[in-house]
Design a binder for this molecule. Sequence first.
Ligand code: ARG
Length: 459
Amino acid sequence: MQDQHAWSGRFSEPVSELVKHYTASIGFDYRLAEVDIEGSLAHAAMLNRSGVLSDADLDAIRRGMADIRTEIRAGQMEWSVDLEDVHMNIERRLTDRIGDAGKRLHTGRSRNDQVATDIRLWLRGEIDATVGLLAELQQSLLDLAERHADTVMPGFTHLQVAQPVTFGHHLLAYVEMLARDAERMLDCRKRVNRLPLGAAALAGTTYPIDRHYTASLLGFDDVCHNSLDAVSDRDFAIEFTAAASLAMLHLSRLSEELILWMSPRVGFIDIADRFCTGSSIMPQKKNPDVPELVRGKSGRVVGHLIALITLMKAQPLAYNKDNQEDKEPLFDTVDTLQTTLRIYADMMRGVTVKPEAMRAAVLQGYATATDLADYLVKKGLPFRDSHEVVALAVRHAEQQGVDLSELALPVLQGFSALIAEDVYTVLTPEGSLAQRDHVGGTAPTQVRTQIARHRARLA
Ligand code: ARG
């Protein structure tokens, strides 16, 4: 009787249909096919160099794998659930093609170190792609920030108008966040980029392997130095998903703001029609569906993080089948983050800004009250007293329905004799901005300096 499974020699009955489907991972891990082949070719080359595999066998493996790769790329590979996972599907296909040489490939290796290697190879490529997409979104935000380095908008605390900022400055806050997200990804990449292969099932192998050689063939910076750890921990996947969660959280914050700004009640921006949808019943509606979905999808990625953390928690050494469950959350995290970044970069190019509405909101909110207080302090009044003076002036302006900058000089002087004609340079939003002229401040010259710094960093 032909073995159903590579491992079924000692079993007296085949697994039940239900169990077969329950334990199979081919339904999702076929995604690792290309890196699985890459890892196998490096392993075979190492075995050959160490004298474990003949030249003829290595040649046959190389030819067989090249054909299988072509077949996979052409969508012609038939994945079988009977063969459980991507590793055994490819190995069986190889053996069908080249015979015994295919059966020798698995010498000194286990699926445990094989799958750990595959995930690391795959994730390394996806980290690089994600960092590229993060850069693209940052560029798109920088373009918009540059056009609005001088555009006055209200800065908020507690969602209430606080002090004037520029729209460019506001956008740069997100560039900072995304820059840290990329930094986190690249830091995580260092720990992803280590080779588990050679750990075999858990204890290492009796063959004279050269793990550093395999590592160099696969572009790994180092090998994992403990075989038990190498096959069992998925902390690198958790780390990546945590970094991805933070990136999604940042995008959920920007999404919330876009939704708010686009609300007709606020009217600061408009988002191009191609990112919005209408209502099937209310003809007047234009809904910001994309930012809303991003906000929603951020929850999904955080969910994957929790799933992976919970998966790893309390697992005894070394490999346990639990770890097969690492793939779907990881794959979906990558897919969700990458498509979100792609669509976001394009959406930000489709944002139209309404500077008059932003400026009007600044004036309505007495956003320069702090500037008046600072002005009085610079003229010698203690801050607590000046806070009081300005509160009274704001109350008066509010009663008159005007902005502080619209109060006549004698009226202002009624609140403090220290006030002179030069007060108007700080009471206007532009005056308020210009004075915050230090690193990290909102003055338009500082905003331009930061834009240049980011551009140089991303170049
Ligand atoms: N499909 C398995 C996984 O994803 C491969 C490793 C299986 N190893 C084992 N001893 N059952 O983790």
